[in-house]
Design a protein around this ligand. Structure first.
Ligand SMILES: C[S@@+](CC[C@H](N)C(=O)[O-])C[C@H]1O[C@@H](n2cnc3c(N)ncnc32)[C@H](O)[C@@H]1O
Length: 186
């Protein structure tokens, strides 16, 4: 059964989650100026950073609770921010309309081609999520939403790879088995 994200957020899932992901901090300068879409944005930690950096940041998120948190977090000021409450897989995303796309800790393999189409030429995709190996480290997660080693390289094979790293990392005192991918549309 799919997790009830509204319930998770109400129960405090995101209370300690603040600030953008390190991979975004490192590669945001590679994104051309323009619109950046954050797919499954959660509490807006990355979206708000992007807006502060001067991007037109649009977050897509299915959970109304997550959007409520993002709106509350954004109250202190950034400029161009938009929230869309929707199933990311069902959106009519306009081809070539995004200078950047970020996807953190969300995996919907059937969206991969749409994601590549949504990027304009020169646009950058930044993506990070757990590998299947995480299940031997941490609590059990549904392997359907975890990556095989090397999988992102195939999933986004239509892009030019700028950065790829996978393996064990320490984050917030926890071990994480992740894949990090940054690619550019040729
Ligand atoms: C693990 S959280 C990651 C949130 C954020 N990207 C981050 O890294 O902090 C996964 C998010 O995906 C959202 N989500 C799950 N299925 C979705 C879908 N089909 N469309 C849009 N959002 C979805 C959940 O509501 C949740 O906020």
């Amino acid at each position: 059964m799919a997790p009830d994200w509204d319930k998770r957020y109400r129960e405090g899932y995101a209370h300690r989650i603040r600030g953008p992901h390190d991979l975004l901090l490192r590669f945001a300068p590679a994104i051309p100026r323009g619109r950046v879409v954050d797919i499954a944005m959660g509490n807006g930690r990355d979206l708000i950073f992007l807006a502060e950096e001067g991007f037109w940041a649009v977050g897509i998120e299915r959970s109304g609770e997550a959007i409520r948190l993002a709106r509350a977090g954004a109250a202190w000021g950034p400029g161009l921010l938009g929230f869309v409450q929707a199933d990311a897989a069902a959106l009519p995303l306009k081809e070539g309309s995004a200078a950047g796309i970020i996807i953190f800790y969300f995996l919907l393999r059937e969206m991969a081609e749409d994601v590549v189409r949504l990027l304009r030429k020169g646009g950058v995709l930044i993506c990070e999520t757990f590998l299947k190996r995480q299940n031997s480290i941490d609590r059990w997660r549904n392997p359907d939403y975890l990556l095989d080693d090397g999988e992102l390289l195939h999933l986004f094979g239509g892009l030019e790879t700028i950065f790829y790293e996978e393996g064990l990392r320490a984050e917030g005192g926890r071990a994480r088995a992740t894949a990090q991918y940054v690619g550019r549309k040729k």
